[in-house]
Design a binder for this molecule. Sequence first.
Ligand code: 523
Length: 153
Amino acid sequence: FVMMGWLIATRSARGAEETDDRPKDVVAAAVVDAGRVLLAQRAHPVELAGKWELPGGRVESGETHAAALVREIREELGAEVEAGDAVGKPVTLPNGLVLHAYRARLRAGTPAALEHLDLQWFTADDLRRLDLDDVVPADRDWIPELCIILDDA
Ligand code: 523
């Protein structure tokens, strides 16, 4: 019991940063439907709150990008998707995380903002009119390719 208390105490004292041995990859979904792409408005952290992103999250150990994408969209939007081709180039964040965007096709369910402030479907024209200050910094580079995808759709 003493040993267990010590283990718990040292783990929490070291903090989440040092004990985080998860992969550095983050996946984000460009769910495209009827000529529009789904963007989600972040609720946290405070510096990203209110900004639009492609919904997604961190890849877990032993998980493929496609499986992570399906899991994250199920958790965050309550919908089932199928992962498709990569969108744009991976983006490396200052903290070392590497973001990968993929096209995704809606298979079942209606996306809902379970963890976001809001969800909105954007046409290519909506994206071109979007103020980049209102977009999560890492996601800004993907906007031109998303416009091309939507123009072709
Ligand atoms: N981004 C980002 N854009 C974007 C996503 C899905 C994520 O810039 N489209 C960044 C934000 C965070 C990191 O990637 O710095 C992890 O994303 P998050 O918080 O959505 O993923 P979670 O929920 O898996 O992360 P943990 O809370 O750390 O488990």
